[in-house]
Ligand binder design. Structure first.
Ligand code: PLP
Length: 382
């Protein structure tokens, strides 16, 4: 790696992501730790955090739980999805899209993606609906929300439940409706890399369905109703939310808008700087547009591994989110389509590469990244 004073290494995962909030984190730890209540999970701070997101997103209820993965599992379980059922999911995405379906005893059916947004293609999903299909579970990807208007229409026409995996899509709004608010339920993840990440594990279920919310609330804490301790109405899970993290997220909520705006500005600058590179084998997402959010900035590149090596030599660390499709994973291969992994999903897995993106990424580092990508595409040395 060539690293100089003018060209320092730019990590993909910033080691100082929470540095500006160090005092708030230490204070939250001390406050919760010494609170006479001695309640470390599902206390009043968690309830306040649920209220804050419920109000912000305009949902009837918000239920905090232990991760985005767990949130999906609780929703599928609360909807009654189980053995004999099929759930249509995108063939390109993260493991929980398939593993949560399998964990409730149902089968994931992998549909191909839209080649531009890399999200579940509603037309491909529709072709896979059978009389065993119970739900559609699209996911928003990188910086694009899935085509929720068409997926919602498909769910309504076919009588399917719609579970919106908006784990990473905080800040996304499509036709005036925020990510997480399109389906029977939506989920968020707060694992550190997500737009509203934190130094720990956590998730949230958003829904307007009071009965569904009540069931998720019970399932997250061993099937108890929150009033009668050691009365278990359902076979539940341990999926509870941490009070220190709730206090920290309440503190960080105030700065969320500003961090989203900075991330968006960096994405837009990348897109404007790469707009002319499509002919040179590097395809960038467009700047702006409805239904966009600044989670990860992802390019599609014919010579992805070449670009990756070139950027590494220029001191720029990159990441490949999902080098293979879900049906090509050993764990999910038994559920792969007979014809193999769908072609656009395979193409995305082969070509995707993500650039560093975080709110405190300095302008000079952004320029360093831009010029390194351009140099590669235009055939110059780093
Ligand atoms: C991160 C993520 C999840 C899982 O969230 P965790 O909190 O890590 O369990 C699920 N779906 C998508 C699309 C994600 O990006």
């Amino acid at each position: 790696m060539t690293v100089t004073a003018e060209r320092p290494a730019v990590p993909f995962f910033a080691p100082d992501l929470f540095e500006a909030d160090r005092e708030a984190l230490l204070e939250a730890l001390y406050e919760v730790g010494t609170d006479p209540e001695q309640k470390f999970i599902l206390g009043r701070r968690t309830a306040r955090f649920e209220d804050a997101l419920r109000t912000r997103l305009g949902s009837a209820d918000a239920v905090a739980c232990s991760s985005g993965t767990s949130a999906l599992t609780l929703v599928l379980s609360a909807l009654g999805v189980g053995p004999g059922d099929e759930v249509i999911v995108p063939a390109f995405g993260c493991a929980p899209l398939a593993s949560t379906v399998l964990s409730v005893g149902a089968v994931p059916v992998f549909a191909d993606i839209d080649p531009a947004t890399l999200t579940l293609d509603p037309a491909r999903a529709e072709e896979l609906v059978t009389d065993r299909t119970r739900a559609l579970m699209p996911a928003h990807m990188f910086s694009f929300m899935a085509d929720m208007p068409r997926l919602r229409d498909l769910a309504a026409r076919t009588g399917l439940r719609l579970v919106e995996d908006s784990a990473l899509a905080q800040g996304g709004v499509l036709r005036g409706t925020p990510a997480g608010r399109w389906g029977d339920a939506g989920v968020y993840s707060f694992v550190q890399v997500k737009v509203f990440g934190m130094p720990g594990e956590g998730g949230m279920v958003l829904t307007d369905d009071a009965a569904l919310a009540g069931r998720v609330r019970m399932l997250r804490n061993h099937g108890q109703d929150g009033r009668n301790r050691f009365l278990h109405h359902h076979v539940g899970h341990n999926s509870r939310f941490d009070e220190v993290m709730a206090a920290f997220q309440l503190h960080r909520l105030a700065g969320l808008e500003e961090r989203v705006a900075r991330r968006t500005a960096i994405c837009d600058h990348y897109s404007r700087s790469f707009a002319d590179l499509a002919g040179a084998g590097v395809t960038a997402p467009p700047a702006g547009g409805d239904g966009r959010f600044p989670y990860v900035y992802t390019l599609l590149c014919e010579d992805r591994d070449g670009l990756r090596a070139h950027l590494a030599a220029a001191g720029v660390d990159t990441h490949v989110y999902y080098p293979r499709t879900l049906p090509e994973q050993p764990a999910f291969a038994p559920y792969a389509p007979a014809a193999g992994a769908p072609p656009r999903a395979r193409d995305a897995a082969r070509r995707n590469i993500s650039l560093p993106l975080y709110p405190h990424l300095a302008d000079a580092r952004v320029e360093q990244i831009v010029s390194a990508v351009r140099a590669f595409a235009l055939g110059r040395k780093p």
